[in-house]
Ligand binder design. Sequence first.
Ligand code: HEM
Length: 516
Amino acid sequence: MFDSRSQPITPLAFAGLGLGLLCWAFLHQFRVYYRLRHFPGPFFARFTNLQRVFWVQTARSHEIHTQMHNRYGDFVRMGPNMISISDANLIPAVYPIRPGVPKGNFYRTLMPYSRQGSAMPLIFNTRDEALHMKLKKPIAPIFSLSNVLTFEKYVDQILDLLFTQLDQRFVGRETPFDLGEWLQFFAFEVMGTMTFSRQYGFLEKGCDGNGLLGAIWNYMKTAAPITQIPWFDLVWYKNPLAAALRPTTGMPILNIVRSAIEERQATLQKKPKPKSTGDDEAANRGDFLSRFFHVQMKDPSVPPWAVTAWTFSNVIAGSDSTAVVMKTLWYNLLTHPNSMQKLSDELAQAKSKITRPYPTWTEVASLPYLDACVNEAIRLHPPFCLPLERVVPKEGMSIGNGDAQRFLPGGTVIGMNPWVVNRHRPTFGDDADVWRPERWLVGADRYRAMEGSVLTFGAGRRVCLGKNIALLELKKLTSALVLNYETTILDAAQFQVENRWFFRQWDLQVTIKRQS
Ligand code: HEM
């Protein structure tokens, strides 16, 4: 009888095995190269994603992606299996409302990972379309505009805190300070208060005292290069051995969320249980956390960890992103005195009386110039600036019209970079790179066309859930600041940007006085 254990492995067998592996690797690489050979792109992108990693590490990948599209056209092969698309008209094809074009592994790298458990899926990062619906459907109504307005009182509360601090620390002292940092503090405090009625203390202390903001930035910076080679995430970060040996980057944020939830759970347990779960009205007067608990109580199909996932989503997706747009908006208002003057005149001459010191949403929501400035800032500086990746369904799909139509085989990763799309010249004009709010004031049809072509909030099935909250904050904060303060930028050249997938800015040094 043949006994394999007794057969020594000969050098010849080794050589055969090595040769077999080499052939397999070669054929695999050739197949990967061949599938997308029709798409133009930089040479190395046909064979490796490392170039994409390198681009991210330069912190200027938005510029590199723009150059690539200028050079190669609307469809660019940026990796062996990745096609980047730049034509704003193709947004509905790449990001359809229907299911079937799920998010790619890019998003797995953005899942928080803890030592206790595995990666936590959030509405934002889950690739599983059924789970996405399960998480999103029960809470989507909370984010509708009418519901969001029930959170307006929280914005006023934080505006009050911001103004008190600005008055005490900077007004009348000619002391320069980083307005960008204070806008970030503001956005975080608003989300913390709306979400779990807690302030982090950034505004009161005037700094990132507990290191939360640093931790979030670190989390984004660590994840950014890995998003381009997601397999590496499993080897280097998301496995029990790696997690046991070093702290995971998402931990401090999760800890704050968990402690707020535990505190609330303890309070709820002390209270007498309601006779029915039907008191929607009472629950909907509270913060997000009370509404999330209410939703969970009413719907047994909601997973037990959903409240943590929803709460974490609010903190991580809703604070820094809004702050980034605020910073761009303020940088541009301060460096374009003409825009500042127009906005100030609009507020002064508004037909309906504007409440001081904090205008209400109803008073400012439809002021055309304010709206144009907000839209222009949203267009010019998207806070998430790498292609938002999706996976082509296995039957493949055709994208584009006429001669420009391309067939993408199943499994191909496709995506559009909001920075590139928002500067699509045929859509936004030849001056797409510059601040010009007036482009939004040329009629309803043009406005709608441009609005549908801005990718800052994503699009389709996975479009941002918190857009109404962001707009509420942006319009209220901007109008309140313009009405109450006279702000002067010190040195516009100091303002810097850094794109690590999350695309943030630094150093918006200003001085302020109270408006006379
Ligand atoms: C100016 C501010 C904001 C910007 C630019 C922004 C941008 C985005 C983008 C680009 C996406 C989709 C990403 C993709 O396709 O991969 C997204 C999704 C999401 N955003 Fe926002 N966001 C902002 C504010 C907020 C706020 C304030 C909240 C919540 C309070 C929020 C919650 C979410 C959630 C839950 C999703 C996931 C939606 C889904 O997958 O169904 N965002 N956001």
